[in-house]
Design a protein around this ligand. Sequence first.
Ligand code: NDP
Length: 498
Amino acid sequence: MSSEIKVRTYLEKSRPMLIGGQWSEGSGGVQQLIDPATEQVIGTAALAAETDIDLAVAAARNAFESPNWRRMPPADRAQRLWKLAELVEENADELAYLDTLNEGMPLGLAEFLCGAGPAEALRYYAGWCTKIEGTTAAISMPDSRPQGAFGPAYHAYTLREPLGVVGAISPWNVPTLMALAKIGPALAAGNTVVLKPSELTPLSALRLGELLAEADFPDGVVNIVPGTGAIAGAHLAAHKDVDMISFTGSTATGKEVARLAIGNLKRVGLELGGKSPILVFEDADLESTIPALAEAVFMNSGQICFAGTRVYVQRGIFEATVEGVARIAAAMKLGHGLDPETALGPLISARQRDGVMQYIEAARAGGDRIATGGNRLARDGFFIEPTVIVPKSINSAIVRDEIFGPVLCIMPFDTLEEAIALANDTPYGLASGVFTSSLSTAHRAAAEIRAGSVWINCYAMLDEAMPTGGYRQSGWGREAGRQGVEELTQTKSVVASL
Ligand code: NDP
């Protein structure tokens, strides 16, 4: 069956939520889901009310306490994650089609972000299940036994244990990938999960619920409850029986989530927004750098947290770089993500489009140079042309705020010191890039930039082995890598007198 037919069949019925292994209509009504490229309704999904969140948390707690999960050997957890990876790959066409239809991204991009990418990530996490270890310690407490007693007086060691119920809240921009980025490491560490995907894009997460059952995860180990942020998200964040809230979204909402989580002092992980700088030095290979800059900012129409939206270029190559990036942007074909010619899809919603246009209009009104783009398309769908702006002031809103749209600000600099100061002149610190042929410049810049990721002569090379997360207001904690798994565990110290 073609992916189109599979998806059309899937969308014939309103999609229910997954609680304790049962599919439920929930109590919060239904939400119409929109194709952002056509503004047409593509289907509906259940919305969780607070009572549904309570049921989902209770199901996750029961599953966590049940020997089926709690006593499951780590190798068996690994096998299930491995199986889930296979299922994700087998169903990547359908997941990708759902994300393209519901989020708008080009199908080619969706196929990678829904198939090979997350499947490899799940295999990475499967590997961790059998490698979550404590340590032994030689402690120095006085020995109360008679002098000359044989062997150490104490046996001291640590255990790494799961936290319990992890509440996960994900954004709309890369739905399948975001859902699995929450579920994979949480399960590897032995937790259970209540996932609230964005109300705008719940479809692929709900389809993953079916794959989780096929992968033989016990009922209640993962619960998927689409709902609004204001009701379902806030209730989950505040819930007294949730042990950790793992949130990905905007900095403003992240602060609210941290505030809500304080009631039971649950652990909080925050993957938040950014306004990521890229520094381009005169000795960079411009032929490969210019396309990389366009890709860094325009991928998924700029709706990527680590999008490289502030590019600083050394003065001697400034105009050539502006011209080169603008030429690529102007040639990008906007359209429906299902059209193989499409390079750039729409923004997620009218609200998002209008918010981005307000920034562009303010820049235009303030006399900024718009090297290309700057307009919405006069057709159905929430399209904005890829836009390259040379701002008059480094203090304007378009340079400082996260816009989450296809808008690049490009500005000149003269020295390495000035470039570093400009890169760090932001409340964010999620990601950054450096393009240069000098090893010394590259590593000096990498050391000085205050951001969770630095890419040198490449951008957004995300690999599950590398932790990601934000400095400053881009977040708390790290996802991926050893640290990403360990942050989903807690340490117990055990001391035995021998
Ligand atoms: P939001 O912060 O608006 O929403 C993120 C999630 O939080 C959604 O599921 C949303 O639900 C939910 N939510 C909204 N209000 C509340 C609340 N009061 N309590 C609990 N949950 C709530 O972000 P967007 O969905 O608009 O996503 C874009 C943002 O995400 C950008 O800032 C981007 O940088 C960031 N992001 C960060 C990433 C990272 O790894 N650092 C990766 C990807 C995105 P609903 O949508 O249903 O309202």
